[in-house]
Ligand binder design. Structure first.
Ligand code: GRF
Length: 221
C-alpha cells in the first residue's frame, strides 16, 4: 500500500491553479488521488491563494524578497540582486524541506528559482514542477500571454499553449511533463486568450502533478 505523495505548492497570486489541484484531490472520484498537501507558500502576503489554502485546511507560509534586498543591496546600474535572491532561495528551500515533501508544484509562482533552492531539493530527492503558459521552446519568462496576443494581432501567430515541466536553473527550459496547444483562432481580446489559457492550465496542472505524484508514490512502495 503506497503512502500518499506529499505535495507543497508555491504561489504568488490568485491561486486558481492551486484551487484546481485542491478540487482534483477532493473530487469523487479524485482526479488527483493519493496526495496530501503539506504546505502552500507565497512570496506575497496579499496572495488570494493563501485564503484558498486556509479554506482547504492546508498550512500556509509567506516569504517575501524585500527584506533580503534590504540586507543584500545591489548598487550596480542594473540591479540583479543575485546575493539577495540566493539568500532568499536558501531560506525558501529550508522552509520547504521542513515538511519533507515529495513534490513541489510551482502554480503561478512568479520568482525564478536559483540553484540555492534547486540543489538542496534535488539532494533531498524532491521533484519540482512548474506551470508555464506557453509551449516548450516557444515563449519563456514572464508576460508570455501578452506576447502571444501581440504576435497574434500582428498576424505572426495562430496558436500558443501551456506546459507543465520540471524546474531547472534555465528558465522554463526543463523537460516537459505535459503540454497542450491553445488555438487562438477567433480570439477577440487578450482577456479571452487569458481565459482560454487558464481553462487549459487548470486541467494540465492536475495531469502533470498526478503523473509525477504517481511516480513518487510508486517509488515509495
Ligand atoms: C497562471 O497563468 C500561470 O501560468 C502564470 O501565472 C498565472 C497564475 O494564476 N505563471 P493563478 O494564481 O493560479 O490563478
Amino acid at each position: 500500500m503506497s503512502s500518499p505523495a506529499k505535495v507543497s505548492v508555491l504561489i504568488s497570486g490568485s491561486g486558481s491553479n492551486l484551487q484546481a489541484l485542491i478540487n482534483a484531490s477532493t473530487s469523487t472520484p479524485p482526479t488527483l488521488p493519493d496526495v496530501t498537501f503539506t504546505r502552500v507558500i507565497s512570496d506575497r502576503a496579499s496572495a488570494y491563494g493563501l485564503q484558498r489554502a486556509t479554506a482547504a485546511g492546508i498550512p500556509t507560509s509567506t516569504l517575501g524578497i524585500l527584506s533580503y534586498k534590504k540586507r543584500f543591496p545591489d548598487p550596480s546600474g542594473t540591479p540583479a540582486f543575485q546575493t539577495a535572491r540566493e539568500a532568499y532561495d536558501a531560506d525558501l528551500a529550508a522552509l520547504v524541506l521542513q515538511d519533507k515533501p515529495d513534490l513541489v508544484v510551482c502554480a503561478g509562482f512568479m520568482r525564478i528559482l536559483t540553484n540555492a533552492f534547486l540543489v538542496p531539493l534535488e539532494q533531498a530527492g524532491v521533484k519540482i514542477i512548474n506551470l508555464h503558459p506557453a509551449l516548450h521552446g516557444d515563449l519563456v519568462g514572464a508576460g508570455c500571454i501578452d506576447r502571444a496576443w501581440k504576435e497574434f494581432e500582428e498576424g505572426k501567430r495562430t496558436k500558443t499553449g501551456v506546459m507543465v515541466h520540471y524546474v531547472i536553473a534555465a528558465v522554463d527550459e526543463g523537460e516537459p511533463i505535459r503540454q497542450k496547444e491553445v488555438d487562438m483562432a477567433g480570439c477577440q481580446s487578450l482577456a479571452e486568450l487569458e481565459e482560454r489559457i487558464h481553462k487549459v492550465e487548470h486541467g494540465l496542472i492536475v495531469e502533470g502533478a498526478r503523473q509525477v505524484a504517481e511516480g513518487v508514490a510508486k517509488k515509495s512502495d
